[in-house]
Design a binder for this molecule. Sequence first.
Ligand code: SF4
Ligand code: SF4
Ligand code: SF4
Length: 467
Amino acid sequence: MPVPVAFMQLSSCWGCHQSLLNAHLGLLDILPNLDIVYWPAVVDFKHDSLKARKDGSIVVGFLEGVARTKQDTANIKLMRKKCSIIVAFGTCACYGSVAGLANLFDKDELIKRKFMETESITDKEPKEPSQHVPGIEEFIVNVKDIIDVDVFIPGCPPTTDNIVAAITYLFTLVGEGPSSLDKNKCVCDNCDLFKEGCFLDKGKLCYGPITAAGCELMCPHEGDMCLGCFKPTNKPGEKFKLLKQILDGVEELDAETGASLQHFLNLYLGASNITNFYFRGDLLQRLAYEPDSFKVKEIETEKGPKLILDVEPTGTNAIDEIVGASLFLLKNDPYFKFSSKTVCSHCDREVADKVPTELKRDYEGLPSMDTCFLEQGYICLGPVTQAGCGAICPNKANAPCLGCYGPPVGVEDQGLKFISSLGSLCADRDVDEVMKAIKDPAGLFNRFTLAASVLGHKYHDKIEEEE
Ligand code: SF4
Ligand code: SF4
Ligand code: SF4
């Protein structure tokens, strides 16, 4: 059955939709799986038809752009009501992108510049248009601060490959799985080790009792514990109690148990392997990106009360508690590491230490095609930018990375992180000399992430001044 999807455009340049359309014939593989119910960039659907749809009836909703107008804000809320999964599609929807730089000014300044002062205006008495235009918001609020967002695909725009991979992955979540899958049984039901040689009987973590039956590989028959890749069963098996007892007994993770839990959650919850794709429903990824977004709850176990993370990924309470307990252990494990690469890791240039010789503006001199931009003195945000684009700018355009894929896992503010890195790299230099080479720090370091940055916005400053 085709999956109902909607594409909404907010204030933006349509570049993300263009990047999707650039898939050309590559779209043929995914189009039969899509029931497109709203896509004003391509098909003439009416806005009222979207409003008339039943709440939650659209499976995936893509949002491109920022909340610049009151109509954008209303459309963001409308999409949240109608769609089960909301995808922030492109850097505007993820972090505000270049449009977010408007937060350095207040609304009146922006309106004056745009409608009264722009050099191309020819009206003798220019004024702000007032008819058939939506009201303008005081400042750009990041989409995720208006509604809950489930998936983030940054990029200005995301590459076509990124988008097609993300859409294909989302289909695997709503698909029915292989025909052999039997959610009313578990892996143990087909396991030769059930009576003799079971890993759980030996105190080793095997997730067979909570994993749906139907796999032909049967890792236990090859001497490996089941790691749950056939996803949750609806009927946990007899050995579930044993699995729970072993987990309840773990107070602190050793390297082997930590690796087992992480491997299990990766496979069991269907973590994506797409570099720049952040899916909040992938709880392991969420633990890395937003560890403090989980609630903690206390449960009773045979060994007494125990704290776990309050999550409900499977709909079966007993299994949810196993997942919550595993996540709790990993959250407190100093060795828990969710890998997230940066643009530098995909960059083909020769790198020694990234220490700049002298800082230069982009237009000064002609950069070498072979060595790291930072070492040549050009500001390159590769070290603080999420990988995913294939390092297109340094590799193919002889241009430094501007940071359009946003920060990697664990970095809250891309701009601040870069300032701190640059500070370390230029530790031996005169501060005034460094500052002289940087004309517009917010625009340079937070070019794509200002609306999501801790720097705030001018509107706020004004309100604080007035109070
Ligand atoms: S827990 Fe693992 S080893 Fe034991 S019966 Fe189930 S699948 Fe087989
Ligand atoms: S050129 Fe930029 S992306 Fe490449 S290694 Fe240097 S800092 Fe990283
Ligand atoms: S190299 Fe940097 S600026 Fe260029 S596309 Fe990749 S993330 Fe964006």
